[in-house]
Ligand binder design. Sequence first.
Ligand code: SF4
Length: 305
Amino acid sequence: MIRDIQQEILRLKKENDICILAHSYQAHEILEVADHTGDSYALAVKARSVPNKTVLMCGVRFMAETVKILSPEKRVVLSHPEAGCAMADMMDKDIIEQVKPLYKDYTVVAYVNTTAALKTICDVCVTSSSAVQIVKNIENKNILFIPDCNLGAYVAAQVPEKNIKLLSGGCPIHAAVSREDVENAKALHPGVKILVHPECRPEIVELADFVGSTSEIMDFARSSEDTEFIIGTELSIAEHLQYEFPDKCFHPLSVGLVCKNMRLTTLVDVYNCVRGMGGEEIELDADTIRDAKHCIDEMIRLNHE
Ligand code: SF4
């Protein structure tokens, strides 16, 4: 049954000139029909170079918006209209417009997990893998880092020469990982390395053996000679790694690491989208695209050693 739907998706996407992008947190059967998989920023960059007129983003809303900002000439469809991001929805443009006058001499650094509207009033974007390097390269000493205070705290620890102010926000899924989860995982799997995402709280990051973005965690597990790992990011990553390396063993740090927004998209949604009957086309006005793109262009300019 799943194979039949997948075959239809592959046929229809070709017939309708659609490129399917799938974030790494999507289900395995969706990754199998995607043209490209990876993190949100890598997918948005990839979308610029694909020849297709339509891009279907299987993920959450800010990811589809980022694709639209970088490829405004393309028709961009979000796989499920209700797939938002709890972190991106936590901080809107109005809040930051009110806060900015209190931090006049600060460069506003926005995690890419923010709405397109919010990006229009920020100075530079970062991803979890580029945040440390970009903050190091910002000319200004004073940084206002939004919206993830856990990623911000991680960056502040790596770049002590900067004066970094944080606002209270973040990913509720990663922030829910507790010290008890770490203790339990260590007791169950003694000596096994713990790999965590910097969206986890600082006390969890301190207890980890490796801290990195989703892609960096996957690369670490791929290149390590260890055969067992504890994975401290969305549950799907432990599942994908287990599928890729059946001879190794990947334990989730917490079974609570489930993003319900990422789980909204099903294979049937993808099928409906490629036959033009599902999803939501992303519409952004020209001013939003121009101003939000400035923030992303700055990320590219500042992301160097
Ligand atoms: S895992 Fe967290 S940051 Fe990622 S989409 Fe879900 S709520 Fe947003």
